[in-house]
Design a protein around this ligand. Structure first.
Ligand SMILES: NC(=O)c1ccc[n+]([C@@H]2O[C@H](COP(=O)([O-])OP(=O)(O)OC[C@H]3O[C@@H](n4cnc5c(N)ncnc54)[C@H](OP(=O)(O)O)[C@@H]3O)[C@@H](O)[C@H]2O)c1
Length: 292
């Protein structure tokens, strides 16, 4: 299969590219950073986010699948650089969706767990009503709307952690680095999410690429607070839990965020019950031992 990957130089992108390159010919859109793979990967030097150019590229190279992970992932930066955020979260998906529709190519698009107001206590389902609280969430939601227009899409809502070799600032990186250096770290006990380890997420995205299934899917584990997950990570890696301080997220200090971002994984399990062991918290934690 010939795949054009946007965001292939990022945290998730590099992991996914590592898996995909084994069986596919991969073209990676280069924004600023270079990819560091040598195998079955071609770097797509697409200078601008421009419909004509990308369309021609897709046509000429006979691309079979578009994957979009490109994003400005910092909530704070999105709020500050709104134009940049709109471009990558809305304009790019709009172009890719149009190409997907016209050329009858499937698109797989990575969205976020950040789309809701966080006021409900249960985990959010794929059919729950979004209510974005900040510009990152607002533009990610608009991006989803664009992707849906293609009619040939799989949208994945998720959140993930694991060893980020490039800049070591994933949720687990920050905890492991602090505790190994005997430094204190504050973690929010009033913010809930349901992240996957990037290894499991990559496996699941790979699995969904092979399936013909369309629609929105939550790929998530179980609802847990950031503080509690920090404690579990420390236990798993036999690091000093006492350095973790229980803290409360203060809306006044940061850009507004939902307090509950957890996603319900029942839909994906209804289709593929055998994936259950990839979606438990235990499974996410077990992988950490091998990498840190
Ligand atoms: N990290 C998380 O926990 C998390 C949680 C929920 C959802 N997600 C979603 O998962 C996806 C991947 O996240 P990640 O953590 O792997 O992100 P990341 O490490 O920050 O990488 C982002 C990627 O997007 C590219 N990019 C940024 N601006 C671009 C632009 N204008 N045009 C084209 N490419 C551009 C970057 O390239 P350059 O570096 O060269 O600019 C990079 O390859 C994103 O869609 C994000 O919204 C992530």
């Amino acid at each position: 299969m010939k795949i054009l990957l946007f965001g292939g130089t990022g945290f998730l992108g590099e992991k996914l590219a590592e898996h995909l390159q084994k069986k596919n010919l991969l073209y990676i859109y280069i924004n600023k950073r270079k990819s560091k793979f040598k195998y079955n990967i071609k770097e797509a030097k697409i200078k601008k986010i421009n419909y004509e150019y990308i369309n021609k590229f897709v046509n000429y190279n006979k691309i079979d699948l578009l994957i979009n992970l490109a994003s400005l992932t910092s909530v704070e930066l999105c709020q500050k650089f709104k134009k940049k955020s709109f471009k990558v979260h809305v304009e790019l998906p709009k172009i890719l969706s149009k190409i997907s529709k016209e050329q009858k190519i499937r698109i797989i698009h990575i969205s976020t767990d950040h789309l809701f107001n966080g006021k409900q206590s249960n985990s959010y389902k794929e059919i729950s009503k979004p209510f974005p609280l900040n510009y990152y969430a607002k533009t990610k939601l608009l991006g989803e709307k664009e992707v849906k227009k293609s009619g040939n899409f799989t949208i994945i809502r998720t959140n993930f952690f694991g060893l980020n070799k490039r800049n070591k600032n994933s949720f687990s990186d920050r905890i492991v680095s602090a505790l190994k250096n005997k430094k204190q770290i504050d973690l929010w006990s009033n913010v809930f999410f349901s992240p996957l380890h990037i290894e499991n997420l990559t496996y699941l995205i790979n699995f969904l690429i092979k399936q013909k299934i369309k629609g929105i899917f939550n790929l998530s584990s179980q609802k847990i607070s950031k503080y509690k997950l920090g404690l579990l990570i420390a236990s798993q890696l036999e690091l000093n839990k006492k350095l973790i301080n229980k803290n409360l997220f203060d809306q006044k200090k940061f850009v507004k965020r939902p307090l509950n971002m957890s996603l319900c994984n029942k839909k994906i399990l209804k289709y593929f019950p055998f994936l259950k062991n990839k979606l438990t918290l235990r499974s996410q934690l077990q992988i950490l031992k091998k990498e840190y």
